[in-house]
Write a protein that binds this ligand. Sequence first.
Ligand SMILES: *Cc1c(COP(=O)(O)O)cnc(C)c1O
Length: 371
Amino acid sequence: MHRIPVGRPALVGNEKAYVMECMDSTWISGGGGKFIDQFESLFASFCGSKHAVSCANGTAALHLALLVYGVGPGDEIIVPALTFVATANAVRHCGASPVFVDSDPGTWTIDPALIEQAITPRTRGVIAVHLFGHSADMDAIMDVARRHDLFVIEDAAEAHGASYKGRPVGSLGDIAAFSFYANKIIATGEGGAVVTDDASVAEKVRQLAGHGMDPNRRYWFPVVGYNYRMSHIAAAIGVGQLEMAEWHIGQRRMVAALYLRRLTSVEEIVLPVEMPWATSVYWMFSVILSNKLAVHRDDVILQLADQGIETRPMFPAIHTLPPYRDATRSSLPVAEHLANRGITLPTWAGMTEDEVEFVASTLISALACGG
Ligand SMILES: *Cc1c(COP(=O)(O)O)cnc(C)c1O
């Protein structure tokens, strides 16, 4: 049987050659090798930002961004309830508390109109997540944040190359975190980056990611740092990926366009939107089963699996997970609905039109609703 994975990295450029160059040079860790510098400068310009500091993964990037703002015990950080769990975990890694806000029913990203009521005297900042490749409504988020003197971190782990009102994500908030995990749009295996326009912030991030070493005094450690460095091999893969960034993004958008064309007439499912102010990069094409459908979401997933198609349930709403349940003040109905009824379909660069068609038609028969 032809198996279709939910995600797959496309290593079709110079990745292999650059990795071999690392091997031959014996530069395999971060530190001295040229690919770290190359990757960081390529990525900063890709984001329309002045500085990118590479790090071990996207969760480390979020943690570093929070640490730069001095987030610690007693602080509250506003995060969307519907995101990958790492967004909230990074807040807990600082000893601080995430406060969950419901989703906008259109874009599925944090609903800016609900942020204000979640603010308390302990609130320090907001993490805006560009979910599934679609930007959050940044102007509205920045507006409420500025009025309450809060910082805004963009979690852009799912949105490399996406834009908001013509500006690239990663350059919209005070600081941004990216992931380069294997299933992300730009992939290095494990990897992350913190992006900022502020040179002193970038330097602080680099220091914290490198054991806290004083940038002007080797092997002197004025603060407790972390080992959050990216490996040189990962950076080499990343340079190969960034050389073809437009292709990777174009492939995602093409797969999404094929799904949209095929599924648009199916009334029983809700498709992702692309707001007039956004260019989505469709990290993972997800659909929401309408409540009108009697079929259980997990049964649809099983039926697709029977045909060799790997899908995923939507992220659970984080406030329903054991580590976060007790902290939640109220139910968050939009996030809960999306989490319970959402399915993430196979989406990756190199997927053929026939594969998309097979997934879409198998989904339609699983819903037993024609289309
Ligand atoms: C993948 C992801 C992360 C975490 O990235 P890792 O590199 O796996 O640590 C954080 N936030 C979001 C929204 C993600 O999708």
